[in-house]
Design a protein around this ligand. Sequence first.
Ligand SMILES: [Zn+2]
Length: 207
Amino acid sequence: MKKSLTILASLLLLIAIIGCKSQLTNLSGNNISGSLDKLEIELIESADTSKPMRVLQTDNLQDSLVLRKQSRDIIPGKDIQTIEHLIARMYSTVTDSASMGVGIAAPQIGISRNVILVQRFDKEGEPFESYLNPVISGYSKMKQDCREGCLSVPDIRGTTKNRSYAIMIEYNTLSGEIKRELVEGYTAVIFQHEIDHLRGILFYDHL
Ligand SMILES: [Zn+2]
């Protein structure tokens, strides 16, 4: 991470981001949304919220087909209990000693839906937070190098060089509100990595 960013550079960055177009209403563009189907609900509710889910792996052919799929939006304000259950199980999975990570996307546990969890290293206490239908509506021109790995990719780590230093994200809350936030630094890389998963993109595609 580049920690020696000057205030001037930050200001320029902000101007560059604000200059980018954003789509406030149709968050993820051409994605079809829909209620959770029976199979998705069964998988999510197959165990209680404390139980981690199996993390799909790229060295498994069936798993990699799912990991390469485009995920669908969830309908904000719908299936709230099941989505809460999903988020809790994603949290149990990403904090499980078998698969400790700094972020996770729903496709990684077999649910092809636009839901991610990100550890907010830019917030006090570094909490994990969930985001529904997240999109990146603005990228800084300034890039950063970041050493990345992935819970779904065994044995590969590498330094990506094309992650934006700062991004503007837009997402839905559980109740259906639309929120917008500027994220910088390492946390911005986590968002870019996890949102890639929703489009079937893996970090080593950037190497
Ligand atoms: Zn990943």
